[in-house]
Design a protein around this ligand. Structure first.
Ligand code: GDP
Ligand code: IMO
Ligand code: MG
Length: 427
């Protein structure tokens, strides 16, 4: 029986989803991206090579894998072309890639609108990646979006571009911003459509056929559950739902199809962009974590904010995703830190709570309650067997497993594909 495994980020993104997807892809036959766009940045390292993928699924390096960009994505066609170009330059030519005809397009004016909305929000700016993701999803919801299928039909493209661009230009104009020219965009994107044509198909039909054929399928999440539009730290979130529950909708499969959910979890926490982050701290230890863990955005190069591991976040994320595996990443980065803190609950106005308040101001007032565990000094980056880990490192993992009541089934002790320990086979 084939398995359908969802790999999600269980914090605020950048947990190492790319690395874990690439690692699991060894035994998968299909890899699917189902939401978000090139706001994502997934880093993959193998054979002394390093790749950053933003739109293309992380199965692309294996010529036998079918890679699918599904209907829930918002795709910037220019960014996609430059990613395909990057692969070509790197000698990656042998791959299988399919793009959903129902996915929406990110157009150049969406990027201008993303910048404008951030500017208007001033102190309340979200700190978006400025890739046009929010405005593209806004057009989708407002039913003025442009779909990939429109690119293949001149009349449809003309009509949908007119509608979408008129709205965008009227907003841009009212804020004295540069407006976009219809003919320029129309001509340019028509030819991009022709380049992408061979990849475009009904990926829901394809995916269901692959399920019927009992293929092992991986769904590679983008962003993290705490950036979910519904269950994250609204309004400091992204514009899609990076949860396991969103996968069936965003890829056109039935909800009973999912067999496993892997929560990729950093051994500590990071966040890029604005928004509440209870366990955040800034001192010599966080600086060390930032440097050792190379905690700078894959997409925007911004330094990532650093915090201790937050079990209230992980419990919330387990609740909404039904995690049945933990993939713990960047454990090696904690080596050499004398005392490790884990947040086990919050203090809200003198009361202990273990849930995420919906009210943003309440959440901002939450102070973390920590337990402190002893650290370890030994280098763990070459570990291949869990039993060889230092005792304090095992204690750290066991404590997390106990609190979350979920087993670590994959352990990552370095960025390279080989620096991974499997504790239980998922496929
Ligand atoms: P994603 O967006 O979830 O795919 O994560 P990113 O690629 O944006 O960020 C994760 C970063 O951590 C990348 O630089 C990875 O190469 C790196 N990484 C992943 N796993 C490990 C690990 O176990 N140890 C270390 N030191 N780095 C890791
Ligand atoms: P991966 O897949 C980390 C954050 C942005 C900002 C908020 C909204 O690499 O984990 P957006 O451009 O989506 O409207 O920005 O979400 N964000 C991410 N943070 N990793 C990501 O993706 C992110 N994608 C969006 O920094 O705070
Ligand atoms: Mg990332």
């Amino acid at each position: 029986m084939g398995k359908r495994v969802v790999v999600i980020g269980s914090q605020w993104g950048d947990e190492g989803k790319g690395k874990i997807t690439d690692y699991l892809a060894e035994k998968a036959e299909v890899v699917v991206r189902s939401q978000g766009g090139n706001n994502a940045g997934h880093t993959i390292k193998f054979n002394n090579r390093k790749f950053a993928l933003h739109l293309i699924p992380s199965g692309i390096f294996n010529p036998n894998i079918i890679n699918i960009m599904a209907n829930g994505m918002v795709i910037d066609p220019k960014a996609l072309l430059s990613e395909l170009d990057m692969l070509k330059k790197e000698g990656i030519n042998d791959y299988k890639l399919y793009i959903s005809n129902r996915a929406h397009l990110v157009m150049p004016y969406h990027i201008a609108l993303d910048e404008l909305y951030e500017e208007i929000k001033q102190d309340s700016a979200v700190g978006t990646t400025k890739k046009g993701i929010g405005p593209a999803y806004m057009d989708k919801v407002a039913r003025i979006g442009i779909r990939v299928s429109d690119l293949l039909n001149e009349e449809s493209f003309k009509k949908s571009l007119e509608l979408s661009l008129n709205f965008a230009n009227s907003i841009l104009k009212s804020y004295n911003k540069l407006i976009f020219n219809f003919n320029e965009i129309f001509t340019q994107y028509k030819s991009i459509g022709n380049i992408l044509r061979p990849y475009i198909t009904d990926t829901s039909v394809l995916l269901n056929k692959l399920i019927d054929e009992n293929k092992n399928i991986l769904f590679e999440g983008a962003q993290g559950s705490m950036l979910c539009l519904d269950h994250g730290t609204y309004p400091y979130v992204t514009s899609s739902s990076p949860t396991a529950a969103s996968v069936p909708l965003n890829s056109g499969i039935n909800p009973f199809s999912i067999t496993d959910v892997v929560g990729v979890t950093k051994a500590y926490t990071t966040r890029v962009g604005a928004g509440v982050f209870p366990t955040e701290f800034e001192d010599d230890i966080s600086k060390k974590i930032r440097e050792v863990g190379n905690e700078y955005g894959t997409t925007t190069k911004r330094p990532r904010r650093i915090g201790w591991l937050d079990m209230v976040v992980l419990k919330h994320v387990k609740r909404i995703n039904g995690l049945n595996h933990l993939a713990m990443t960047l454990l090696d980065v904690l080596t050499g830190i004398e005392h490790l803190k884990i947040c086990v609950s919050y203090n809200l106005d003198g009361k202990e709570i273990d849930y995420i308040p919906a009210d943003y101001n309440e959440y901002q007032r939450c102070k973390p309650n920590y337990i402190t565990l002893p650290g370890w000094k030994e280098d763990i980056t070459h570990t291949t067997n869990i039993n060889d880990l230092p005792e304090n490192c095992k204690l750290y993992l066991n404590t997390i497993e106990k609190i979350l009541m979920t087993k670590v089934t994959i352990l990552s002790v370095g960025p390279d594909r080989t620096q991974t320990v499997t504790l239980k086979n998922i496929f």
